[in-house]
Design a protein around this ligand. Structure first.
Ligand SMILES: NC(=O)c1ccc[n+]([C@@H]2O[C@H](COP(=O)([O-])OP(=O)(O)OC[C@H]3O[C@@H](n4cnc5c(N)ncnc54)[C@H](OP(=O)(O)O)[C@@H]3O)[C@@H](O)[C@H]2O)c1
Length: 233
C-alpha cells in the first residue's frame, strides 16, 4: 500500500512503539489518528509528531464508539488499523489475581478484537485494508511470571489467524508482529520510557518493520513475523 495519503489509526500512540510508528508514518505522508488513555500524554505526542489525538481506552466500548466516530468524521474510511495498545501484568501462577487477569485480557484481547471488528466492517465496504496486530515473543512461548501476558498474546495470535481466514477473501490483510523486548515505558507504572540498551530492540526497529510490511503491495500479506534483538544477553 502507498503510505502517502493513507488513513491510519494507531491505538496506544502516545508512547513507545505506537508513537514511533505513528511518527514515521506521518513523515511518509500518512494521516494518522493516535489513541491513549491519558489526555495530556496523547495530546503532547500528537502535537510533537503531527498526528490527530484522541483520548480513548480500547477496554471501554463507549470509547471504541467514540474512536470510530472520529475515524468516520476525520477520514471517512480507514486504510490501516495498528492494534498496538497493550499492557502487561507479570505474576507467578500462585500470585496472580483475577482482577489482573481481566484487566490485561480486556485491553490486549477483547479491546483488540472490538477495534478490529469495527475496522473490518469499514474495510469490507471499501474493498481493502490492513489490520496489524502487535504481538510478542510471549505469543510463541511461556516464561516465568508469564501466565497473564502469554495468555493474552497467544490469544491475540489465535484471533489473528481467525481474522486472516475470514478477511483474506475480502482483500483485507491481517498481520501479526511478534517482538522481543523493546526499550519503552511498557510495564512501567510511572509511564517513563526506559533508556535504549544495546541488547534490546528499540521502538524505531519495530516501526521500521511495521512500515515495510505495510508498504508491500495490497496483494502481498505477511501473516506473522518475529523480530528479535540479535543478542539479548
Ligand atoms: N516493550 C516491549 O518489550 C514489548 C515487546 C513485545 C510486544 N510489545 C507490545 O507492544 C505494544 C506497545 O507496547 P510499548 O512497549 O510501546 O508500551 P508502552 O510504552 O507502555 O506504550 C503503550 C501505549 O499504549 C497506550 N495504552 C495502554 N493501554 C491502553 C488502553 N487500554 N487503551 C488505549 N491505549 C492504551 C499507552 O498510553 P496510556 O498509558 O496513556 O494509555 C501507550 O501509548 C503492546 O501491545 C505490547 O504488548 C511490547
Amino acid at each position: 500500500m502507498d503510505i502517502k495519503g493513507s488513513k491510519i489509526l494507531v491505538t496506544g500512540g502516545s508512547l513507545g512503539i505506537g508513537r514511533e510508528t505513528a511518527r514515521q508514518l506521518v513523515g511518509l505522508g500518512a494521516e494518522v489518528i493516535i489513541t491513549g488513555r491519558n489526555e495530556e500524554r496523547i495530546k503532547a505526542a500528537a502535537e510533537e509528531i503531527g498526528a490527530i489525538a484522541l483520548r480513548a481506552d480500547v477496554a471501554n466500548e463507549a470509547d471504541i464508539d467514540k474512536t470510530y466516530a472520529a475515524v468516520n468524521e476525520r477520514f471517512g474510511g480507514l486504510d490501516c488499523l495498528l492494534n498496538n495498545a497493550g499492557i502487561g501484568r507479570f505474576s507467578t501462577l500462585e500470585e496472580f489475581t483475577a482482577e489482573q487477569f481481566h484487566e490485561v485480557m480486556n485491553v490486549n484481547v477483547l479491546g483488540a478484537a472490538l477495534m478490529a471488528q469495527r475496522a473490518a466492517a469499514m474495510m469490507k465496504k471499501a474493498g481493502s485494508g490492513t489490520i496489524v496486530n502487535i504481538g510478542s515473543t510471549a505469543a510463541l512461548r511461556g516464561f516465568e511470571r508469564g501466565t497473564i501476558y502469554t495468555a493474552s498474546k497467544f490469544a491475540l495470535r489465535g484471533m489473528n489467524q481467525s481474522w486472516q481466514a475470514e478477511l483474506r477473501r475480502e482483500n483485507i490483510r491481517v498481520m501479526q508482529i511478534n517482538l522481543s523486548e523493546v526499550a519503552t515505558a511498557f510495564n512501567n507504572p510511572e509511564r517513563v520510557e526506559r533508556d535504549a540498551a544495546p541488547n534490546k530492540l528499540r521502538a524505531a526497529d519495530a516501526a521500521q518493520l511495521i512500515i515495510s510490511l505495510l508498504q508491500l503491495d495490497q496483494r502481498a500479506m505477511v501473516p506473522e513475523v518475529q523480530l528479535w534483538a540479535t543478542n539479548p544477553w
